[in-house]
Design a protein around this ligand. Sequence first.
Ligand SMILES: [Zn+2]
Length: 230
Amino acid sequence: MRVDEVRRLSLGTFVRPAEETGTGQPRVETVLGYVARTPAGVLLLDTGLGEAGPEIEAWYRPVRSPLEQALAEVGLGIDDIDLVVNCHLHFDHIGGNPAFAGRPILCQRIELETARTADYTVPELVDFAGASYELLDGEAEIAPGVHVVPTPGHVEGHQSVVLECDDGSVVLAGQAHDAASHWSADALAAQSMGLGHRPPLPDPSPWMRRLLEFDPKRVVFAHDAAVWLP
Ligand SMILES: [Zn+2]
């Protein structure tokens, strides 16, 4: 697999209300999934915006793109997916999960435990008939060159995927950062001493140095169409 064979899926958009953006303006945000043929099988990261009830619908005003259609655009169908990884279990990342009954869904154990508490996500999208979780406790190499790495922050059980391709690594960061520019700043924070800076310096996320060890050629995000390049 090559870096450019990791495909992006456009799964919809929603409008983050002004109350959550800090800018005084609402912001339209994209919802992206990723699919790749890996040594672990055809891997899908995230499945789109779920039906979350009238309150969430009114708050985020989502517009959905069906997962089947997004997969068809890259020449795949639901049946081609061997395993699903969810970066976390909020409603905008697991909407299509019930289509994968019987197929492994990878998430952090702590994330599934949190998702089963009240007011975290849509329970029907988590514990649907045939849901088959493979729970991880921290970092795991699920097949040669296919890594799942915890990236807590947005939520404690957040995780990202690193794919070692023939021509370099790709990080499917999910919502480890909302925006590529936030990743940029965090990566520079982790590299700042090596760049010759001296304190006071910002603290990087605790997982940033681990992800940079993979020397990523590309980092992609769940809610930003922008891509980080080294
Ligand atoms: Zn999200």
